[in-house]
Design a protein around this ligand. Structure first.
Ligand SMILES: [Zn+2]
Length: 163
């Protein structure tokens, strides 16, 4: 087994969609970034890459690469899960926490779990999504940005893609 940890932050700015875990959330500001800036998908992808000891998403999907402008980060996550399978690993379990002062994310949690589990090719029961605030403290508390953390457990497999 292998464990990976992922952490990501994006700034909240006007004129951008707020996309978290593949859900387009109604909000007056969205996350800034080269791709769709899906902070949850990025944290999970970094956790998978960490467990693979394969660097980070900045290396695999550089923000200087025009191919990733406006990219759907769930597709990047699916690509990372495929990399894991090709190296003989499957995603066994994922837990995450999103740190945001606003908006309230609880209504979107189940859809985020569904989206992330589909991208990873695992059952929805293997993906946890929680949300918390920092009680008004720090960059997330002041509404300057949104952060996400993820832990991923990989299990060695003999799946077809690994043969
Ligand atoms: Zn990111």
């Amino acid at each position: 087994m292998r464990i990976g940890l992922g952490y990501d932050v994006h700034a909240l700015v006007e004129g951008r969609k707020l996309i978290i875990g593949g859900v387009d959330i109604p909000a007056d500001r969205g996350l800034d970034g080269h791709s769709d800036a899906d902070v949850l998908a990025h944290a999970v992808a970094d956790a998978v890459l960490g467990a693979l000891r394969a660097g980070d998403i900045g290396q695999h999907f550089p923000d200087t690469d025009e191919r990733y402008r406006g990219a759907n980060s769930l597709e990047l996550l699916a690509h990372v899960a495929q990399m894991a399978r090709e190296q003989g690993w499957v995603v066994a379990d994922v837990d995450t926490v999103i740190v945001a002062q606003a908006p309230k994310l609880a209504p979107y949690r189940d859809q985020m779990r569904e989206n992330v589990s589909q991208a990873l090719g695992v059952d929805v029961s293997a993906v946890g999504v929680k949300a918390t605030t920092t009680e008004g403290l720090g960059l997330t508390g002041r509404g300057e940005g949104i952060a996400a953390q993820a832990v991923v457990l990989l299990e060695s497999c003999r799946c077809p893609a690994a043969q």
